[in-house]
Design a protein around this ligand. Structure first.
Ligand SMILES: *Cc1c(COP(=O)(O)O)cnc(C)c1O
Length: 390
């Protein structure tokens, strides 16, 4: 594969051939438990019948029509999404970075309209991750994502320290357009944002005339046991971005607006060719209808607690902390072991995981993973962690 695909990912030497639920098989028939779900994308697992059916049915009707027109499924899905989440407008994209680019552009225009050319700065958090385009990379609060090779980076971004009340002093002024935060930092290490700090940060930003935007590309669509993690922080963001799980595996992103952000974009301000096409909307409708139910989200919380508690009971010396919310789970590992080595060993043993930050093994399993698959995955995980304790 290295010969045909640009080796941007440092991919493992495994080729998958088929999957069902939270179980995957490689081309040699070896079985793996999926604790990563395509990095939080396959929120309903693999080969989920109602999703497959809806995609097949829509493919027969129409796949794509361009945003010069509306589609029946696009209108229905947009109305359902906005009504159930309490937003006024949606812009669709095809990825998380694209949804975030829309948010960044909107924030800058909001600044222009509410303070002129000086109000353009977007404040993000240390250890955040917002994507791989130039603007979203710059917004990302981790220097390892800013090598000189891709310079120059765009201006107008500033980072502050999360959960640190001192960092809020002088953070916002008449040059701030928006505060832009992940509700739990995924890529940065499964770092929880303290609710009281988030509320204070949102208030300080608004007092300075800025809007509040949440990057829920990873935390959204039920991942944390609420449909939106920002609801738990009680900060009522004017803008929320979604992607990853939104259409269960079909590429899609969304940027939701309300309040002061509602009428900022005008015709022609921002567009994308594939965005929100009927195929993606048909898939996203199934995800919304399935995930946005109290009983489903209750199960996500239960399963997350179940996994975290079991890992804690192992009481292993290399495990410093088990944290997260819902099915966004991080195991912080002692500095004696590299999380990447654990990931490699897990894969050898038939468990797909990933890493986060500098010292965390991260799980983002399908939201409908079965307890049997959880137990099978945890059995492998325990064996691997124990092998590093010797
Ligand atoms: C994955 C991720 C992104 C980038 O999404 P892409 O679809 O890869 O562009 C942005 N923000 C957060 C919080 C993410 O987890």
């Amino acid at each position: 594969m290295e010969k045909v695909v640009v080796n941007n990912y440092g991919s493992f030497d495994v080729a998958f051939a088929k999957s069902k639920g939270s179980t995957m098989w490689d081309i040699n028939g070896k079985k793996y438990i999926d604790f990563i779900a395509g990095i939080g994308v396959n929120c309903l697992g693999h080969n989920y019948k109602p999703l497959v059916k809806a995609i097949a049915k829509q493919a027969k009707k129409q796949i794509h029509i361009s945003n010069y027109y509306f589609s029946d499924v696009g209108i229905c899905y947009s109305l359902d999404l906005l009504e159930s989440l309490g937003f006024d407008r949606v812009y669709f994209g095809n990825s998380g970075a694209e949804a975030n680019e829309a948010a960044i552009k909107l924030a800058r225009k909001y600044g222009q309209l509410n303070g002129g050319s000086k109000r353009k700065t977007i404040v993000t958090l240390e250890w955040s991750f917002h994507g791989r385009t130039l603007a979203t990379l710059t917004a990302t609060g981790q220097d390892r994502f800013h090598p000189d090779s891709f310079a120059p980076y765009p201006d107008g971004f500033k980072t502050i320290k999360a959960n640190d009340f001192d960092s809020l002093k002088n953070a916002f002024d008449d040059t701030t357009a928006a505060l832009f935060i992940e509700c739990i930092q995924g890529e940065g290490g499964v770092n929880l944002i303290d609710k009281e700090w988030a509320k204070a940060a949102a208030k300080a930003a608004r007092d300075a005339g800025a809007i509040v935007m949440c990057d829920e590309v990873q935390t959204g669509v039920g991942r944390t046991g609420s449909f939106l993690a920002s609801d738990d922080l009680e900060i009522e963001p004017e803008v929320v971005t979604l992607a990853k799980g939104i259409a269960g595996g079909i590429p899609m992103g969304a940027c939701l607006f309300r309040g002061k952000a509602k009428d900022v974009f005008a015709a022609g301000d921002h567009q994308s060719t594939f965005a929100g096409n009927p195929l993606a909307c048909a898939a996203a409708q199934v995800v919304l209808d399935t995930v946005n139910k109290e009983s489903f989200l209750f199960d996500v919380n239960q399963k997350g607690e179940y996994i975290r508690n079991i890992i804690r009971t192992w009481d292993l010396p290399i495990v410093k902390e088990v944290r997260g919310k819902g099915l966004m789970i991080g195991t912080q590992i002692d500095s004696s072991v590299k999380p990447f080595d654990i990931e490699v060993k897990c894969l050898e043993e038939g468990l797909c995981t990933t890493t986060a930050g500098t010292d965390v093994v991260r799980f983002l399993p399908p939201l409908n993973i079965s307890y049997d698959e959880i137990d099978a995955g945890l059995k492998i995980y325990r064996k691997v962690l124990e092998s590093f304790c010797r």
